[in-house]
Write a protein that binds this ligand. Sequence first.
Ligand SMILES: [Zn+2]
Length: 401
Amino acid sequence: MKKLWKNCHIATMQDGKYNSIEHAALVTFGQHIHWIGRESDIPNDNYAETIDLNGAWLTPGLIDCHTHSVFGGNRSVEFEQRLQGVSYAEIAANGGGIASTVRATREASEDELLASALKRIRCLLKDGVTTIEIKSGYGLDYLNERKMLRVIRQIANILPMTVRSTCLAAHALPPEYKGQSDAYVDHICTEMLPKLHQEGLVDAVDAFCEYLAFSPAQVERIFNTAHALNIPVKLHAEQLSSLGGSSLAARYHALSADHLEFMTEDDVKAMASSGTVAVLLPGAFYFLRETQLPPLESLHQHGVRIALSSDLNPGTSPALSLRLMMNMGSTLFRLTPEQTLAGVTIHAAHALGLQDSHGSLEVGKVADFIAWEIEHPSEIVYWLGGDLPKRIIQHGNEIFV
Ligand SMILES: [Zn+2]
């Protein structure tokens, strides 16, 4: 069924630029974009439906390419304690921090995890996000990681969104393996990953490469297992220290390396040559009051694609709006609104391996787009929060959240 969407302007985001078409129209055929161009050139055809968009600006549906949006409980009480002066070390010693989220996630049933995640992800959808990546990583054993990944698959069946599932079993060391991180990595490589992959639950494999998590040598073993299973990899790298994780990610042709505050010029070059996307996470940078900026000039200079994401998680980025993250990314990381919009569309699609079908408005790609009531695309990045009036179209159908 062909639908004609007319009376609009379009920021296609092809090649990471607005590539604007003013006084434009778009034709969808089923779930895909069939034609795109100027209103004066609309092809003569029998359209099942014609939709007047009242001069709205169309952009691709937004892509949130790094979230931990499935978890039990939340950490607002710890947030309060921290601001009362209790140190993170004390909170962790009392069973707080990531350990408390692991406990709450293990205690929650699939239905409970699903219900709480849906509430958060609906906020993102309402904000214009039509594709989301969600990581496991709070279960840290086979059954609980499996539970999280199954919830992620269910979210894809319930919400009108494209959902990618990433196994982050190497997020933290589970309490059962205290002092035996190599044994846990063995367990991931020989038991968890092969089984979870066989059940069809894993689209990508991620790990947290950091002095307080897993070493580059351990990450390399996990990446080797992922490669043997033919699963693409991603990495949390260089958030708190410089371990060469992003170079390691590049060596394994990772889809993305994420955070990157402490990456070096050599890391940047390695990522540029492998085409690995740099995913920057302004929410965590802000929430942890970080001061070390990622090497932005160097990333631009070497032509590394930069994506932005909410990093939605209970500990360091309880972010329910990708648009707010876009404003923060622009302000904190000095990205232009055009670069920022590219960071949540075409570059974010690359970070998920979805660049051939998602992330820009081009003939043949899926018809995921947002019709924003704005005067110029920069407004999407300019406003701080709020509910920007919009219509959300996913796979050629308008959806109502
Ligand atoms: Zn993360």
